[in-house]
Design a protein around this ligand. Structure first.
Ligand code: 2NL
Length: 361
């Protein structure tokens, strides 16, 4: 075997291994093995020095040719491997812009919140302010100021949740049984004229298909020198027409008793029950929807307002029932079940929330 055939064998072997190298690390190891300081081609280069001039003249160019071809093959293969690696990376990281977008999951407005927004807007346009107060109240604000005598059985009819904690008078605190304490707070801090509504959670030990221990009320209070039950009636008619979006509505005032109003009246609204669903503002039937009356002089006096100078009216109604009537929902308990399927069905888009700029429509 000649030195030349050895060279040919070496070249074939190296080129075959370059072709077979399947990553950049393997190719680099091969480059060091052939062309590095201790490499096989470098060793042959060093041997040239010990050859005769004739041998060197024949062998030198062949060895240089081999070195150039192997170097070139490595460079070309290295570029090919780098490109293949980039291709693979691009493929792996590709974003498929033709896929459908992920739908954002929008929340919905709870029907009770929706109705409260509607009522705030309706009464707001009639000049009522919206007041708020705490769920946990003093016995005075919830009962005494409202003309419930101590130990009076009316306190029992509210099925009150009493707390262990005492208020500053040493009396048991209560979960408010109506929103009236907010009116008491307003009268105590603000002189007439007063024209306000309050809406919020109220609590009574009551639980069946039409009663939940937590429910929502709206109450209104107007105190000035001249307001009468006629004003009460016109405000209620305007509010009910706006809320149920009807052109006309009949109201029927029936004498009643509340400790905090005198005279007191329960109010029925004209409705039609013939179609299975109750329709407000049509037909010859009646549906009781609220309580009302002229504020009792004792309540005014208890709240620091002179009953000889001022008078006014008040009314109260259940918000949950208002929501059920307007939006055709029939089980009160579902309101507070936190069942998202029910909420999806009856909930309201946040984009449809009435704003004060939109008008009553
Ligand atoms: C009902 C009855 C009513 C009031 C609430 C009230 C508040 C004050 C003074 C006088 Cl501070 N009255 N509120 C008056 C009459 C009836 O609600 O059946 N609500 C669901």
């Amino acid at each position: 075997m000649t030195a030349t055939t050895d060279l040919e064998t070496l070249e074939r072997d190296l080129l075959a291994r370059v072709a077979a190298a399947n990553d950049e690390a393997a190719l680099e190891a091969l480059r060091v093995e052939a062309l590095g300081k201790q490499g096989s081609i470098s060793a042959l280069m060093k041997n040239l020095g010990s050859m005769s001039p004739e041998e060197r003249k024949e062998f030198g160019p062949k060895l240089n040719g081999l070195k150039d071809r192997v170097t070139e093959a490595i460079v070309v293969k290295k570029a090919a491997l780098a490109e293949a690696a980039l291709d693979a990376q691009l493929k792996a990281e590709a974003v498929d812009v033709t896929l459908p977008p992920v739908k954002p999951r929008l929340g919905t407005i709870h029907p009770v919140s929706q109705v409260m927004e509607e009522l705030a807007q309706i009464f707001g346009e009639m000049g009522f302010s919206v007041e708020e107060g705490p769920d946990i109240e003093s016995d005075f604000n919830n009962f005494t100021a409202l003309n419930f005598p101590p130990k009076h059985p009316a306190r029992e009819t509210h099925d009150t949740f009493f707390m262990d904690a005492k208020d500053e008078r040493g009396e048991r605190k209560v979960l408010r049984t109506h929103t009236s304490p907010v009116q008491v707070r307003t009268m105590l801090k603000q002189k007439p004229p007063i024209r306000m509504i309050c809406m919020g959670r109220t609590f009574r030990k009551d639980s069946d298909a039409t009663h939940t221990p937590m429910f929502h009320q709206i109450e209104g209070l107007v105190i000035d020198e001249t307001s009468t039950m006629a004003d009460l009636k016109s405000v209620l008619i305007a509010a009910i027409k706006a809320y149920f979006e009807v052109d006309d509505v009949k109201l029927r005032f029936r004498p009643h008793h509340f400790p905090f109003t005198e005279p007191s009246a329960e109010v029925d609204v004209g409705c039609d029950r013939s179609g299975g669903q109750i329709k407000i503002g049509a037909g010859d039937d009646w549906l009781e929807i609220l309580g009302s009356g002229m504020v009792h002089p004792n309540v005014l006096a208890n709240c620091g307002i002179d009953p000889e100078k001022y008078q006014g009216y008040a009314f109260g109604m259940g918000i949950d029932r208002l929501a059920m009537l307007k939006y055709g929902m029939n089980d009160l308990r579902a309101f507070f079940d936190a069942d998202t399927r029910w909420l999806k069905h009856y909930g309201f888009s946040p984009y449809l929330l009435p704003g004060l700029a939109q008008g009553l429509g």
